[in-house]
Every structure is written in structure tokens, then in C-alpha cells.
Design a binder for this molecule. Structure first.
Ligand code: CP
Length: 312
């Protein structure tokens, strides 16, 4: 594997999950693999889990890590080909990617969707630009349309907690005061399509995700019906895809409650707005897996870095 840009870069999800669970038991078993190799993390957006878990994963493999908040500290990048750069941008991604490639062995990038221009967001100019012009592997730490490190951590968490071969897993939309991207939901759906599970997506009408991603999935607009006999409930807000980037409902009836959750395990990628997305009783209860998901971010990043290092 050269780059890890999406869930599609995983050749066998069950094998990767097994390997990650094995790494978790003895995180330093490959600590010589990354010796004298450097990982560079470029953040165009904020982070807590991704930043620290990816650094920890690299350290477990013996790598050096450099971190830059590119969005606030780097030069404003130009992405267009042939652009006359006489406006706000100072540096072209062609030079930036080549330069970064000389300082490190792997570059990981976080660059969220702007949620104003669907075509621009789906072009993934930051991560695809680096993948095009860098001469080193690129890892997606959440791009406009995907968060594959999170989805891999979620797959690990599902494997660790499932008590039946074919669990029922529900992805439920929840209200949020701000318009959020689709990346986490998209990658979770893509990951679930590779699982042996009864998978249901539930959201109010108007919150349909990209139909190319949800193709083949059951979509149920009645949340109560979707939640019946669920084993896992993954809650996430996203803005409208059709009315791109807009909030078309903040219906508080979609907030996840202890009563709605029933006996299911609760999942969320974090950060989460308490008592808007999910009530305290769920997050503070024993059915919440959110801390375990966050811990598994180390091992999802570690398995990805390990596979890239093995191919350098
Ligand atoms: N889940 C996740 O990616 O968290 P951060 O945004 O804090 O990195």
C-alpha cells in the first residue's frame, strides 16, 4: 500500500482488524520498524484525538514525528493549474508537497470540507494534491469526504464488542447547532458495507448522504423503527448533502437517549455535544464505547503506518 486515502485502500478489513487487535496487546512489538523514519502531520483543521493518537502510533513504531498547524501557520496554498497567483495564495501545492517530501518519509493530512462548494469539496484538492505532487505516502487524517482512520478504529471497536456473528448496527443522524461535514458518516458507511452485519442508516428526510456511498444500504426515516433490536448505535450529525452544507432540521427528537438506546452499545467518534447529540445518561453509562473508540484510534493509525513502512 502506498497511500491510505480511503477505506478502499484496505485490502482485507478482517485481517487489518485482527492485526490491530494484536498490536494493541503488544504495541511495541514493531518498535524498530520506524527507526530513522519521520512522520509529518499537517493540520488544516483542529483535532484532539487524531493529532495525539497518530503521534502515539508513530512513536510506538519508533518513528520521529513533526506536527504543523498548516491552516494557521503555513502559507496559503494555491491548487489550480496555471493560476496567476496575484491574489491571496502564496505558495503552490506543487512546491509545498515536493518540499515536505524531502523532510519526512510519510505525510498525514487533515483538511475538512468547506461545505460551500460540493464539487470543490469532492475534488479533495488538499489531500489529492499532496498525493499527486508528493513523492512520499500520504495518509488521510480526515478529508472533505472521508475519515478512514476513524472508520478503521470503529471496525476494531465493533470487533472487540460484538457478541454475535451478525450484529445489528444503526447509524443515526443527530441534531447539532453547526453544519458538519459528511466525512465520518461516509467512511463509517463504507466500512459497514464490508462487514457481516445488519446495517441500517436512519436520518430525517433531507439528510440523505451521497447516494453513491449509501448504495445498497437500508435507509429508514423512522428512528424508532431503525433502532429496534440494535446491538450498536453509532450517532453522528452531518449537514445536508442535497442542499449542500445546509442545516435543514435541528429536530431535538433525534437526540440519542438512554431510553432509545435500549440495550445497544453507543458509539460516537467525538468530540460530541452533550445533551444535543446524546444525553449525559448515555455518555456516562456503561453502554458507551466512545473512550474505547478513541483508544483504538492509536491502533488504526499504527496498523496503517506499519503497512506503509513495510513497503518503503
Ligand atoms: N474523532 C476525531 O477525529 O477526533 P478529532 O477531531 O479530535 O481528531
Amino acid at each position: 500500500m502506498k497511500h491510505y486515502l480511503s477505506i478502499n485502500d484496505i485490502d482485507s478489513l478482517p485481517d487489518w482488524v485482527d492485526e490491530a487487535i494484536n498490536l494493541k496487546k503488544d504495541p511495541y512489538q514493531f518498535e524498530g520498524l520506524g527507526k530513522r523514519k519521520t512522520l509529518c502531520l499537517l493540520f488544516f483543521n483542529n483535532s484532539l484525538r487524531t493529532r495525539l493518537s497518530t503521534q502515539k502510533a508513530a512513536m510506538n513504531l519508533g518513528m520521529e514525528v513533526m506536527v504543523m498547524n498548516f491552516g494557521s501557520e503555513g502559507w496559503a496554498l494555491e491548487y489550480g493549474d496555471g493560476t496567476i497567483m496575484d491574489k491571496g495564495t502564496s505558495e503552490h501545492i506543487k512546491e509545498a508537497a515536493q518540499v515536505v517530501s524531502q523532510y519526512c518519509d510519510i505525510v498525514a493530512i487533515r483538511a475538512f470540507a468547506g461545505l460551500e462548494d460540493k464539487i470543490k469539496d469532492e475534488a479533495e484538492e488538499v489531500i489529492n494534491g499532496f498525493a499527486k505532487y508528493a513523492s512520499i505516502p500520504v495518509v488521510n487524517m480526515e478529508s472533505s469526504v472521508g475519515h478512514p482512520l476513524q472508520a478503521l478504529a470503529d471496525a476494531i471497536t465493533l470487533a472487540e464488542n460484538k457478541t454475535k456473528d451478525r450484529p445489528k448496527v444503526v447509524l443515526s443522524w443527530a441534531p447539532h447547532p453547526r453544519a458538519l461535514p459528511h466525512a465520518v458518516a461516509n467512511s463509517f458507511v463504507e466500512m459497514m458495507k464490508r462487514q457481516d452485519a445488519e446495517f441500517v442508516i436512519t436520518h430525517p428526510e433531507g439528510y440523505e448522504l451521497n447516494p453513491e456511498i449509501t448504495q445498497g444500504c437500508r435507509i429508514e426515516h423512522d428512528q424508532d423503527k431503525a433502532l429496534e433490536n440494535a446491538d450498536f448505535v453509532y450517532v453522528k450529525n452531518w449537514s445536508s448533502y442535497t442542499d449542500y452544507g445546509k442545516i435543514v432540521s435541528k429536530d431535538p427528537n433525534w437526540t440519542m437517549t438512554k431510553q432509545k438506546l435500549g440495550t445497544a452499545k453507543f458509539m460516537h467518534c467525538l468530540p460530541v455535544r452533550r445533551n444535543v447529540v446524546v444525553e449525559d445518561a448515555v455518555l456516562d453509562g456503561t453502554q458507551s464505547l466512545v473512550a474505547q473508540q478513541a483508544k483504538n484510534r492509536i491502533y488504526s493509525a499504527q496498523i496503517v503506518l506499519k503497512k506503509i513502512l513495510e513497503n518503503l
